[in-house]
Design a protein around this ligand. Structure first.
Ligand code: AIR
Length: 175
């Protein structure tokens, strides 16, 4: 049974949400994916959200570019959390989608992530699921630890490089 529904507004959005699917896979989150447009297929969208909620989908991740109504249109039809992912389609580099997703009217919230931040959309969805899914919580915790380990390893390498270069410069110093 899918825990999350990943919705995009157009086939052209599909490549941009690939990191989101990567994270779902790595975190063991069952998902389903649909192309549904708030403007081009509004009736299909409405029907889908009601039906998905009735089937037990826990939350929605909705990605769209331009005047990105998709996350808000989903949020208008469900009480489940909606993570809105603004995409950088078009001439404004994603500002249009960011404002459309973030500036929801009071009463119908969408949790907006950054422009093209597909990975963070998945991680925010995972954090919501982790509230009552210990398996997801544990995998999320391990992912954070792995990430911290990578930064620490890079810090160690760079510190050593700097120490060696700094010491060599000091050796050549004219006193
Ligand atoms: N879109 C589709 N229906 C409503 C909106 N706002 C968005 C898609 C896509 C962009 O319009 O999410 O990012 C351009 O779509 P297309 O199909 O013209 O490439």
């Amino acid at each position: 049974m899918p825990q999350v529904a990943l919705l995009v507004g157009s086939p052209s959005d599909v490549p941009r949400v690939a990191p989101c699917l990567e994270e779902f896979r790595a975190l063991g989150i069952a998902w389903e994916q649909r192309i549904l447009s708030a403007h081009r297929t509004p009736d299909d969208l409405a029907e889908y959200v009601r039906e998905a909620e009735a089937r037990g989908v826990r939350l929605f991740v909705a990605a769209a570019g331009l005047s990105a109504a998709l996350p808000g249109a989903v949020a208008a039809r469900t009480l489940r959390p909606v993570v809105g992912l603004p995409l950088s389609a078009g001439s404004l580099g994603g500002w249009d989608a960011l404002l459309s997703v973030a500036q929801m009217p009071p009463g119908v919230p969408v949790a907006a992530v950054g422009v093209d931040a597909a990975r963070n959309a998945a991680l925010l969805a995972a954090a919501i699921l982790a509230l009552d899914d210990p398996g997801v919580a544990e995998r999320l915790r391990r992912r954070r630890e792995g990430q911290a380990g990578e930064v620490r390893a890079a810090d160690r390498r760079w510190r050593e490089e700097g120490a060696a270069a700094g010491a060599a410069a000091g050796e050549g110093e004219v006193r």
